[in-house]
Design a protein around this ligand. Structure first.
Ligand SMILES: Nc1ncnc2c1ncn2[C@@H]1O[C@H](COP(=O)(O)OP(=O)(O)OP(=O)(O)O)[C@@H](O)[C@H]1O
Length: 663
């Protein structure tokens, strides 16, 4: 029996060969090649487009339809104020360091990572554990026709404790601040790898593309770096659409833009990419999930923060139920999404043995986040974050609501009224007009936005000194303003509450479609043992760019007429197909489509003219069966769209021994 997993392992994975297939079959290519291209920008060709569209379609079905999510499509152009409020203007940056002599710029964390990894490799060479590292590096560079000289791996043995130290730094590489990276560069003597020249200390570089909206140039804006902010700003409309009830989730699929310091590794780090993001709004006091039971037994590989802290990358395998009950994963809703992400990735062709969930360490996570896990996929470039899944708490809605004055809250009628005590401010508004004139509304807004803690402290100030001092942006030249108790009172009052009002927490699964697609390319790609030039993309039929290749055995009027008839049926049934009636040998025609991942081949031969039967070929095993057009198309439909196995779908078809696959 043919086993695809065994076949994939027989010939070691070769990235060069994959890249050549992706290029020759035009899955994607660098954009603007005629103009020398720009790093980090890619165009997708027909095969890439169809594959991406199918992945997105599956995403929509798996998440939006299955979970009843509310889809929105928000603009990519985003005004400055929105991203200032969200924190992106000040914090959405990476650390770069410059070589003042050559002008070269490096991303600091990547540089530290590369240098330490190369030293560890050198240590392995010195210990006799790795023999041909340099030959391999030189060969790779030669094949890629890299202009830059390859940094040679020095065979230098390191002390055992240095090895351990390097490994610990590498396990934590995503979490260092700029200052810490600078310290590591000094400590480990890290320089420009090409020239050995000194580098300037790391500086923050904001990754957003800036632009001006409108002809005056006055309204500053950015191309969005994520789709999330548009979703948050539609929260009230979506809540209303959902009849005021939570939990609910919004979802969005669209392009995002990041001016990466050094785009690299093909589709893995680019400057414009498709994201699919979910914002699941949930009660902060109840993060249970109604459907958690459905996934709780699912076993997954986790790399919790404690493991990484100890310098290890060995994952632990437990069920998501256990991960949540032991509090390794913060709550059920987060756990539910982690499991659903896993199921989605496996469905579209990710190799489950190359998938793990890595927890963010405290210093890697945004200060407001409660917990965060990345789905990482193993590729020839290492483990790559492809989906982030974070509990962002109530941060985003809180900051936008504070900034705009628009309340973004859920109101829940209480079963029984509750007595509460809270701070309440009363403004003597008739005094505000004469004192502040046109700025009076701004000052009033400032007071209306004070939190309970701020009101408590202002009340204390008023009690102790008879006045309060504060600043309001754009009022009194941004200088201190003083008001005494004629203008306001702040009291702690008892109230009967009939409605509970709260800002929901947000659980955010965020998918980079390009990264996932590239990882699937690697996970699906293999070469046939009999002839390694014959490579195959073993995509699951559901996401394969095209489903069927129609091949008339020879150029012949009768055969062409039958294939046109079958094409008509396929078109009517909306099953994507291609006809290959070129003069190439049938083996070659199949082989070209194996590279495109087309799961089925239909051959129309002279027997078809006699009895109306056709052959159906399965891409991976090359097994062929024979049956009527109706039965073969039924099998294709069942396997592709209904998840039926090949064995079950074809059990009534005749096995067909043929030499068609040979040249
Ligand atoms: N430059 C990029 N090119 C392609 N995909 C990206 C890029 N940056 C982010 N993504 C995708 O978007 C998802 C969510 O973005 P997020 O902000 O969590 O990434 P990130 O932590 O900034 O990624 P990294 O640390 O690798 O730069 C990622 O999981 C990834 O799949």
């Amino acid at each position: 029996m043919f086993d695809i997993e065994v076949a994939k392992k027989e010939i070691p994975f070769n990235r060069e060969s994959l890249e050549s297939t992706l290029k020759s079959r035009f899955f994607y290519a660098p954009a603007f090649e005629a103009y020398g291209s720009v790093a980090g920008l890619f165009d997708y060709g027909p095969a890439g487009c169809a594959f991406q569209a199918n992945v997105v379609d599956q995403w929509r079905k798996h998440f939006i339809l299955e979970e009843d999510m509310l889809e929105v499509d928000c603009t990519m152009l985003t005004p400055y104020e929105v991203l200032k409020t969200s924190g992106h203007v000040d914090k959405f940056s990476d650390w770069m360091c410059k070589d003042p002599k050559t002008g070269e710029i490096f991303r600091a964390d990547h540089l530290v990572e590369e240098v330490l990894e190369s030293r560890l490799k050198g240590d392995q060479v010195a210990r006799g554990l790795l023999s041909n590292a340099n030959e391999q590096a030189a060969e790779d560079a030669e094949k890629k026709k890299r202009k830059k000289k390859v940094k040679e791996i020095q065979s230098v043995k390191l002390e055992d404790d240095v090895v351990k130290e390097y490994e610990t730094v590498l396990a934590k590489i995503d979490g260092y601040s700029g200052e810490e990276l600078g310290e590591l560069m000094v400590k480990y003597d890290i320089k420009n790898p090409g020239t050995q020249g000194d580098l300037e200390p790391p500086k923050a570089f904001n990754l957003m593309f800036e632009t001006a909206i409108g002809p005056s140039g006055q309204l500053k804006g950015y191309l969005r770096p994520e789709t999330a902010q548009g979703q948050f700003l539609n929260f009230n409309k979506l809540l209303d659409f959902n009849n005021g009830k939570i939990p609910f989730a919004s979802a969005s699929i669209g392009k995002s833009f990041r001016n990466e310091i050094s785009p690299r590794s093909g589709l893995l780090r680019v400057r414009e990419f498709l994201m699919a993001e979910i914002e699941h709004f949930v009660d902060p006091e109840d993060k249970s999930h109604a459907r958690f039971k459905e996934v709780s037994d699912l076993k997954l590989k986790f790399l919790p923060k404690e493991t990484q802290q100890a310098g290890s990358t060995k994952p632990i395998e437990v069920s998501i139920g256990e991960a949540v009950s032991t509090k390794m994963v913060d709550n059920e809703t987060l756990g539910y999404f982690i499991a659903r992400i896993y199921l989605f990735l496996i469905k579209i062709g990710v190799d489950p043995t190359k998938l793990r969930f890595r927890q963010h360490m405290a210093n890697e996570m945004a200060h407001y986040a409660a917990d965060c896990w990345d789905a990482e996929l193993q590729t020839s470039y290492g483990w790559i974050e492809c989906v982030g899944c974070a509990d962002r708490s109530a941060y985003d809605l809180t900051v936008h609501s504070k900034k705009t004055g628009e309340k973004m809250v859920v109101r829940q009628k209480l079963d029984e009224p509750k007595e509460i005590e809270e701070w309440e401010i009363t403004l003597t508004k008739k005094l505000f007009g004469p004192k502040f004139r046109k700025d009076a509304p701004k000052v009033e807004q400032y007071f209306n936005e004070l939190t309970q803690e701020e009101l408590a402290s202002k009340s204390e100030e008023l009690k102790n000194s008879g006045k309060i001092t504060f600043k309001v942006k754009g009022v009194n030249n941004d200088e201190d303003i003083e008001l005494d108790d004629k203008f306001l009172t702040i009291e702690f009052v008892k109230k009967i509450q009939h409605v509970r009002e709260f800002i929901p927490s947000v659980i955010e699964p965020s998918f980079g479609i390009g990264r996932i697609i590239y990882a699937i390319f690697e996970h699906s790609f293999w070469a046939r043992k009999e002839d390694t030039a014959r490579t195959v993309m073993s995509f699951p039929p559901q996401v394969a760019p095209s489903k069927v290749l129609l091949v008339p055995l020879q150029s012949n009027k009768e055969l062409s007429a039958i294939s046109a008839d079958i094409a008509k049926i396929l078109r009517k049934e909306q099953i994507p197909f291609k006809i290959d009636d070129s003069g190439a040998s049938i083996g070659k025609r199949y082989s070209r489509n194996d590279e495109l991942g087309t799961p089925f081949g239909i051959t129309i031969d002279f027997e078809t003219i006699e009895d109306g039967t056709i052959t159906l070929r399965e891409r991976d095993s090359t097994i062929q069966v024979r049956g009527s057009v109706k039965d073969v198309l039924k099998a294709i439909r069942e396997i592709t769209y209904e998840g039926v196995s090949w064995a079950d779908a074809t059990k009534n078809l005749k096995v067909f021994a043929s030499q068609q696959d040979e040249e």
